[in-house]
Write a protein that binds this ligand. Structure first.
Ligand code: HEM
Length: 320
């Protein structure tokens, strides 16, 4: 049976364009149209690989709340990926315009706000008794080993700003490998009793040091701080850009770390003596932003604000 309905001229026009496109690559359009005839319609579940995604939560214990722990870590890593997706586009753009820079920073800020606001899923959302048991089956793995978290830092600032405060004076202008040795997080995940690096830290360093060094070299002149200094520090939109950089700095280096620290306080809080006795780490000295004083954009803060880094937010949190 033939269909005598005349072919829509819009369709004919589209066919002509398709033919030109495929001819240009030496391809036979007709064969591709055959493929279209036989192909299935795309479904939601195939497009986002839903079955794979939902098969990636595999607890190590029988405690139901361990699934919450896995899912929320995965959700956080996906948000980190969204953040890196934006930072990658900003830093790969040789001439980022103001509107582009502002818009992409807004996206990064939006993602970080979600992360900060949702951290209660960890603090309130699991039974402490279950957490304290299932976490023993997960040792020595730790969120500390999140490489995406470290990559966000490397995309955002010069490596010197990620070096422990005490080591900075001697390392101004030092090459990337020397800075890498003294990054602030290399003093985290350390045994409180002996001061030695935990397996958590050693395995992390072994797997990622080369990758971090390459990123440090690659981003030396294109990280966010450098882009700001080169393109925007004298621009008419400077104020709007500075406001966003400061908000990003606060979210990444004060508010998220504080939200995260509340979970360590809630589940792991013990006196330093008890922590020592149970082979715990130095997290009480390491996690508080007011001790680390990491800022991606120190020149955008006053001396006093840097001195009191995280203090006001900490007092607010402690009063809750
Ligand atoms: C109940 C929930 C959690 C607890 C009790 C907890 C505990 C800790 C502790 C104690 C540390 C310090 C390292 C150490 O001493 O071993 C740490 C570091 C870290 N955790 Fe968590 N964590 C929790 C949830 C999460 C989640 C959901 C993420 C998301 C990926 C995460 C990411 C990190 C990161 C990135 C660090 C390194 C922070 C830094 O270097 O400043 N944690 N965590």
């Amino acid at each position: 049976m033939t269909d005598n309905t005349p072919v829509d001229p819009v369709l004919l026009e589209q066919l002509k364009k398709l033919q030109a496109k495929y001819n240009a690559m030496g391809q036979d359009l007709s064969s591709y149209l055959d493929g279209l005839l036989y192909a299935d319609y795309l479904t939601y579940w195939d497009y986002i690989h839903l079955d794979t995604l939902l098969s990636l939560q595999n607890p190590k214990t029988q405690f139901p709340d361990e699934k919450i722990f896995i899912l929320y870590h995965q959700i956080t890593e996906l948000y980190f990926k969204l953040i890196l997706h934006e930072l990658e586009q900003i830093t790969a753009n040789p001439q980022p315009g103001e509107a582009f820079f502002i818009d992409r920073l807004d996206r990064v800020i939006r993602y970080f706000r979600h992360l900060e606001n949702s951290f209660d899923v960890m603090v309130q959302g699991m039974e402490k008794e279950q957490f304290l048991k299932f976490r023993m089956a997960l040792l020595p793995a730790s969120g500390f080993q999140s490489a995406q978290y470290r990559m966000i830092e490397l995309y955002s600032t010069d490596m010197i700003n990620l070096v422990s405060l005490n080591d900075r004076p001697g390392l101004q202008g030092a090459p990337i490998p020397a800075l890498l040795e003294k990054l602030y997080w290399r003093s985290g995940a350390t045994e409180l009793a002996s001061g030695t690096k935990t397996l958590t830290l050693r395995q992390f360093e072994q797997k990622y040091t080369t990758e971090f060094q390459e990123a440090g070299e690659r981003l030396k002149s294109t990280n966010l701080l450098q882009l700001y200094q080169t393109h925007f520090s004298a621009s008419p939109q400077r104020e709007a850009i500075v406001a966003r950089l400061r908000e990003f700095d606060t979210l990444a280096n004060v508010l998220w770390p504080l939200a995260h620290m509340r979970s360590a306080g809630h589940y792991l809080h013990k006196s330093p003596e008890d922590i020592k006795a149970t082979g715990g780490t130095n997290w009480q000295k390491y996690l508080p932003p007011r001790f680390q004083k990491i800022s991606f954009f120190p020149a955008l803060w006053s001396e006093q604000e840097l001195q009191e880094w995280g203090k006001a937010a900490f007092m607010e949190t402690a009063a809750k």
